[in-house]
Ligand binder design. Structure first.
Ligand code: ATP
Ligand code: MG
Length: 406
């Protein structure tokens, strides 16, 4: 008989178990707790969207749309894309569900995203993000709210040390257009030193040249015109209100005038929390204000601001949460006691005490097996019921519960 080949996983995907999964779950649980503290509601959205949702919002000129999307025709002939980011889908949902009535809408979501990239450490084809957005809020207080929440989240994950909030403003549409024109003129004068990639971006996406990692571009980018020369008075006030809010909340930040968002729907605030602990992949959380996006999707002009963070990247940085530990492990001493054991397990769990049992293998070895699971307490059970407790750590709830049995 021919040997059956075991299917291999898709390149750039990860199976998570044990410590890897615990780190991941810890990031999500902390995020879910913190977002509730700030009054953000949860959202669950489809993983698949019509391709137009991303093509129209992200723009054809971006790496994500031109090279990284998982796009295919489904059996009905529609062009479907596995979401490569959250914001566009959230904007789509806001419009198609008529959520304007909830504005300003504070929402969060998390889940898998897909990009066809070259897999490497910390870079996958299926990865996961946590995401927070405030839709329908034009005021700088919304930017502050999101940044303060991000800061608290990173603190509660225990990774704020060595992480810096880098902040910039892209100005309003007028400031930004003037800056953009000046950048195109400036880079045109320095065409001879620009990298191939940057040359191709010059007309469509000149802001992206500013954060190019290519050494050829770095020097020219450094001396390029700065947004500050073009900021309108309103845009200056807006940025001032954001920084004053951060100062009031005690959130440290530094100005990075080269931090940009290439897409033209981005306005005002742009930010990244960065670390030097992850090598080349140094951004742990990033976002900004995207007042022009919802209009690009055919909606009324709707101001909005948001951020996203890669869960895998955060999970690499967190202090390992204390490992999975049960309150109680039942050792079934002989098979005649199985009904007593099942009943006791159900009662323990109903009382909010985590419990499991060892009921297979040689009865002599079951106790040792239980010890290896490192539960807080071990309960011996036979056909007469529970009869003994061996406890390393004290669990008052468990002790109180066992008293009720006696
Ligand atoms: P990069 O410059 O690293 O490619 P990006 O600008 O494409 O990042 P965003 O679209 O801003 O990233 O996504 C925000 C965050 O999502 C990143 O900071 C990172 O933590 C995470 N992320 C993005 N792409 C991947 C990936 N392929 N695998 C794992 N995490 C990712
Ligand atoms: Mg990328």
């Amino acid at each position: 008989m021919a040997k059956i080949q075991t299917p291999q996983p898709v390149r750039g995907t990860q199976d998570m178990f044990g410590e890897t999964e615990e780190r991941f779950a810890h990031v999500v649980a902390t995020f879910e707790r913190v977002r509730r503290l700030y009054g953000f509601k949860g959202l669950q959205l489809p993983v698949i969207e019509p391709t137009a949702v991303f093509a129209r919002s992200l723009g054809e000129a971006t790496d994500v749309v031109s090279k990284e999307m998982y796009t295919f025709e489904d059996r009905g002939g529609d062009s479907i894309t596995l979401r490569p980011e959250f914001t566009a889908g959230i904007a789509r949902a806001y419009l198609t569900n008529g959520w304007q009535q909830h504005a300003p809408m504070k929402v969060t979501t998390h889940g898998p995203l897909f990009r066809y990239e070259r897999p490497q450490k910390g870079r996958y084809r299926q990865f996961h993000q946590i995401d927070a957005e405030i839709i329908g809020a034009a005021e700088p207080a919304a930017d502050v709210e999101l940044l303060v929440m991000a800061d608290q989240l990173l603190h509660e994950l225990g990774i704020k040390d060595g992480v810096t909030l880098e902040l910039n403003t892209l100005g309003d549409a007028a400031s930004r257009d003037a800056w953009r024109a000046a950048l195109i003129a400036y880079f045109n004068d320095h065409k001879d030193v620009l990298s191939e990639d940057s040359l191709s971006r010059l007309e469509k996406n000149p802001l992206r040249i500013l954060d190019s990692k290519d050494p050829d571009d770095r020097g020219v980018a450094h001396a390029a015109p700065k947004i500050d020369e073009f900021l309108s008075a309103e845009a200056q006030d807006f940025f001032g209100a954001v920084t004053a809010g951060l100062d009031a909340a005690g959130v440290a930040w530094t100005r990075n005038a080269k931090l940009v968002r290439g897409l033209d729907y981005y306005r005002h605030t742009a930010f990244e929390f960065t670390t030097d602990r992850l090598g080349a992949q140094g951004t742990v959380l990033g976002g900004g204000r995207y007042d022009g996006l919802i209009e690009n999707l055919g909606g009324l002009a709707t101001p909005a601001v948001g951020w996203a963070a890669g869960i895998e990247r955060l999970a690499m940085l967190v202090d390992v949460p204390s490992g999975f530990q049960l309150d109680a492990m039942i050792v079934l001493e002989n098979d005649a006691g199985v009904r007593q054991a099942i009943s006791l397990l159900r009662q323990l769990r109903s009382a909010g005490i985590s419990a499991d049992m060892i009921a297979s293998g040689s009865p002599k070895k079951r106790y040792d097996k239980a010890v290896r699971h490192n539960p807080l307490a071990i309960l011996r059970v036979n056909e007469n019921g529970y009869y003994g407790l061996s406890s390393e750590g004290e669990n008052p709830r468990l002790v109180a519960f066992l008293k009720t049995l006696a």
